[in-house]
Design a protein around this ligand. Structure first.
Ligand code: NAI
Ligand code: MG
Length: 494
């Protein structure tokens, strides 16, 4: 993961909120209904701003603008290289506004500013630059077929894409979706999560300043069933890319059936993080702590099931307990904070409910398990031991700072248990034995496997899920494919 070397000592000031309306066809417009909703700071529970609440009427206007931009106008006639240059310019503008964007993300989402600065914003910039470089490297093939024909393929943009994203990495999820779509020449209607619309609106503003023509990028803030649902059902949208809960993906798949839209999904997980007794213990313990508690546990790939080989179990638990007790919980805008609040009351309540379930099912709560303070949605880093595979805390995606530790005997016992989940997003293994690492990597049903590391992301490396963790891949060359149609052209030569 990218790192920021310069460490400011003072708390960041609250950034100005410039944009709260829908962004359609290059203009900032209120929702046609006139409705707004509040975006709230999860650390203080206070309203930050009122945001335009888009619905079907606004989505329709955005889709029409995106269609027009796709089929006529400067975007269609622009060279691929020129598209890439606009994307590089957008990345530069984000870099120029680095601290302001990081602070805006931390204010709206609650994540520590140290994380926004070290992870979110650098990865956004990297992703946009990676796909900017791809724009002029997308091309078809010539194909030798029988007979006297010249046959070739063209790679064309899939069209108008609807992109629905969650709140855990608001700007990064927007970049993962804009990057391949823009490189491919698509036009975009994006709905940010209702909890965290601010940085996506800021990026739309920067995109306009970078020179993207009107209608290429449209942003409709609003709620899932209304604004999101309208994107999924709209006949003018060719493809939907969604990141969020698997249950929402099921609704989207049903609602998209009528128009047979192309769909890609990046969904949740219950990722196994496996520690063998021959691992570098210091690295494994730090990796397990980071792999789960990073971003308040609100990561689709969080290492929430930590399998520890039985003879090192007690040492692992006692050292992790000490780390949890030292974790600095507090103001997201304070650069020394390590853990902020959960994103909203609904998530807080869901997590607390699962913690109670874990206790009632007989798991032992070694640290945390309780709210931190009395203002904001903070939860103490929670560690459960004596967890068995069938408990809710070992099966359900908690999406909070709650780790379940499970003992295992050997590799044979382990693999079946690691795969005993509906999900298959990520997995990790800690061992000095390279054979064991490869064996585990080959046997685990997961889209990403980390060996002696966790949460290593790069725009060039594909990411996505097996099983109910998703369909298709984001990032890398694979991430581009869902944004392209292949057209085969065959020409008689005589
Ligand atoms: P969600 O899946 O409901 O929300 C994600 C996005 O989908 C938001 O923009 C939301 O407005 C939109 N949406 C919701 N219902 C929709 C619908 N019917 N049609 C179209 N769009 C719709 O996730 P939510 O409710 O915020 O969180 C619930 C749980 O989902 C979390 O506790 C966590 O377990 C999981 N989750 C997983 C994420 C991941 O990165 N894989 C991200 C966020 C949540
Ligand atoms: Mg939901």
């Amino acid at each position: 993961m990218a790192t920021v070397t310069e460490k400011p000592s003072k708390a960041f000031s609250r950034p100005k909120i410039e944009h709260t309306d829908c962004f359609i066809d290059g203009k900032w417009v209120p929702a046609k209904s006139g409705k707004t909703f509040a975006t709230v700071c999860p650390a203080t529970e206070e309203k930050i701003a009122d945001i335009a609440e888009g619905d079907a009427a606004d989505v329709d206007a955005a889709v029409k603008a995106a269609r027009k931009a796709l089929e006529s106008g400067p975007w269609k006639s622009m060279s691929a290289r020129q598209r890439g240059r606009l994307m590089f310019k957008l990345a530069d503008l984000i870099e120029e506004n680095f601290d302001e964007i990081a602070a805006l993300e931390s204010l709206d989402n609650g994540k520590p500013i140290a994380d926004s600065r070290a992870a979110d914003v650098p990865l956004v910039i990297q992703c946009l630059r990676y796909y900017a470089g791809y724009a002029d490297k997308i091309h078809g093939q010539t194909i030798p077929i029988d007979g006297n024909y010249f046959c070739y393929t063209r790679k064309e943009p899939v069209g108008v894409v609807g992109q629905i994203i969650p709140w855990n990495f608001p700007l990064l999820m927007a970049a993962w979706k804009w990057g391949p779509a823009l490189a491919a020449g698509c036009t975009i209607v994006m709905k940010p999560a209702e909890q965290t619309p601010l940085t996506c609106l800021k990026m739309a503003d920067l995109a306009q300043r970078a020179g993207f023509p009107p209608g290429v990028i449209n942003v409709i803030p609003g709620f899932g069933p209304t604004a999101g649902g309208a994107i999924v059902e709209h006949r003018g949208v060719d493809k939907v890319a969604f990141t969020g809960e698997h249950l929402t993906a099921q609704i989207i798949m049903r609602n998209a059936a009528e128009s047979l839209k192309r769909l890609t999904f990046e969904l949740g997980g219950k990722s196994p993080n496996v520690i063998f007794n021959d691992a570098d213990m210091d690295a494994a313990i730090k990796g397990a702590h980071f792999g789960l508690y990073f971003n308040q546990g609100q990561c689709c790939c969080a290492g929430s099931r930590v399998f520890v080989q039985e003879d090192i179990h007690d040492e692992f638990v006692s050292r992790l307990t000490a780390m949890n007790r030292e974790r600095r919980i507090g103001d997201p805008l304070d650069p020394t904070t390590e853990q902020g609040p959960q994103v909203d009351k609904a998530q807080f309540d869901k997590i607390m409910g699962l913690i109670e379930k874990g206790k009632s099912e007989g798991a032992e709560c070694v640290t945390g398990g309780v709210r931190h303070g009395d203002r904001g949605f903070f939860i103490e880093p929670t560690l459960f031991t004596n967890v068995s595979d069938d408990m809710d805390i070992a099966q359900k995606e908690i999406f909070g700072p709650v780790m379940s530790v499970l003992k295992f005997k050997n590799m044979d016992d382990l693999v079946t248990r690691a795969n005993n989940t509906i999900f298959g997003l990520a997995a990790a293994v800690w061992t000095r034995d390279i054979g064991k690492a490869h064996k585990f990597a080959a046997s685990v049903r997961a889209g990403t496997v980390w060996v002696n590391c966790y949460d290593v992301f790069d725009a060039a490396a594909p990411f996505g899920g097996f099983k109910m963790s998703g369909q298709g891949r984001e990032l890398g060359e694979e991430g581009l494919k869902p944004y392209l149609e292949t057209k085969t052209v065959t020409i008689a030569m005589d």
